[in-house]
Design a protein around this ligand. Structure first.
Ligand code: ZN
Length: 246
């Protein structure tokens, strides 16, 4: 995605379905949830870029696995994570909480706490020409994160926070789960033509080895059953159903 002449966001696929996002200008990079260090290092070296900051949405190893080695290579890098996670993300050096504002790549980035997948999960939002949200494992295209540590109610409220953002927000999540999420959604709503159309589009992209993310909030509001659930009971039913879906 290119928003303007200076800035860009690049996705690096790693592990089975993770995506590491690199938000960059012509000199510096902010990396979001580096599962591994090597692909990040290679990209930065090949393009003669410096690492300005690492944003950590939560403590799972497929989000922080590469951080230590990146700090080793760039000792002055800012490592930004939830102040509630000093034990589980011990190498953080800029601890943040909901509502904090940061300056990164000359943009004001807002910290939004989205609890549910973990007890302190963060998302990072900035409003460039196009508003952008790095959402970690809270929202996926056509799906949402599993509720490991929070309650369904917390996750439901976190999704409400996301829904309140501008409809043209581009959302960058950390996993390529779109196709499987759509197959599940079609099990719930087999006659939904919008979902069927979306599945065809997604299959085409996958065949071309393209990522199906980022996605636009306004498009997602049409296809994501979790975002469309307008009460906690419905949300809880869907989340429980998805947990046992194979
Ligand atoms: Zn996770």
């Amino acid at each position: 995605m290119e928003f303007n002449k200076e800035q860009q966001i690049i996705g690096l696929r790693v592990l089975s379905d993770n995506v590491i996002w690199l938000w960059k200008n012509d000199k510096y990079v902010v990396v979001i949830d580096p599962a591994l260090s090597q692909p990040v290092k290679e990209y930065l070296k090949a393009n003669d870029l410096k690492l300005e900051a690492i944003l950590q949405t939560h403590h799972h190893s497929d989000h922080i696995g590469g951080t230590k080695e990146l700090i080793h290579e760039w000792p002055n890098v800012k490592v930004i994570a939830s102040a509630k996670e000093k034990d589980r993300i011990p190498f953080q050096n800029l601890s943040v909480k909901h509502g904090d504002k940061l300056k990164l790549l000359d943009e004001e980035v807002e910290v939004i706490e989205v609890i549910g997948h973990t007890r302190s999960h963060l998302a990072f939002y900035f409003n460039n020409e196009t508003p952008v949200l790095f959402v970690g494992d809270t929202l996926f295209s056509a799906g949402c994160g599993r509720v490991f540590e929070g309650t369904y109610k917390q996750m439901y409220n976190s999704l409400k926070k996301i829904k309140s953002l501008p409809k043209n927000t581009l959302i960058y999540c950390a996993h390529e789960y779109t196709k499987s999420n759509l197959l599940w959604a079609l099990d719930i709503e087999p006659e939904n033509q919008t979902l069927k159309k979306k599945l065809i589009e997604v299959k085409k992209k996958i065949a071309l080895k393209e990522l199906t993310i980022p996605f636009l909030l306004k498009e997602e509001l049409k296809i994501n059953l979790f975002l469309r659930a307008d009460n906690l009971k419905r949300f809880s039913y869907l989340r429980a159903n998805k947990d046992s879906w194979v």
